[in-house]
Design a protein around this ligand. Sequence first.
Ligand SMILES: [Zn+2]
Length: 231
Amino acid sequence: MNCKEFQHWLTARDSFSKEISPEIEEHISLCDQCRCLYETDESLEAMIKSHFYQEPMPQGLTDQVDISIENAVSPPKRNRKHVSFIAASIVLIAVVFSFMVYNQPFKYQSLQQLSESAVTRHLEKDTSMSFTANEIELAKVSMSKQLNFNVIFPDLLSQGYVLLGGRLCILEDCEIAYLFYQKDGKVSSLFIMDYNFLNFAMADGSLFKNETKGFNTDIWKDKGQVYTMVY
Ligand SMILES: [Zn+2]
């Protein structure tokens, strides 16, 4: 489940189902933003429910109503407290919805867009590393923990690429792993990101080759992660 699917569920659940599937539970346990949306939605509902509880009718009310109807000369006044509660609810609902619309997590709309942002980062030539080639195993564990997915480094040795090291970085709004490889004396950049950061479907094993600003980019998907190599 991704954020979009979760938010669809959240918007539709009043009319369909209140039940929380294991996928939803998993997503809100991993995604702070969706959990926050969920909690806001829950407390809003609780607030509405608590305000519209049923009260026993006061004694003699029906008689009073009959008398009031007979004597009615002006339209009944609305309960002021009730009106302000409804206004507050509308404001709160508007806040939740604008949060959902404007705080959609960033997602790549096309492979072209991904390749362009990867080349831009590559051109910055910032090769600072938080780990080097002899700390790969440790790096995989700590990166997986921070990125919330099981980071797998591809085996590019057969293609002549030697891993130098890497670090975490943010590409657009996406937290990703950034690795540096050396081949024929040139440093290439490899970006590893969760498939969730793409707003379109891409099949495992597919490869997209592109050229941007004089650099080649290869983008492929394997085991749920998307790799972007700039060389
Ligand atoms: Zn989410």
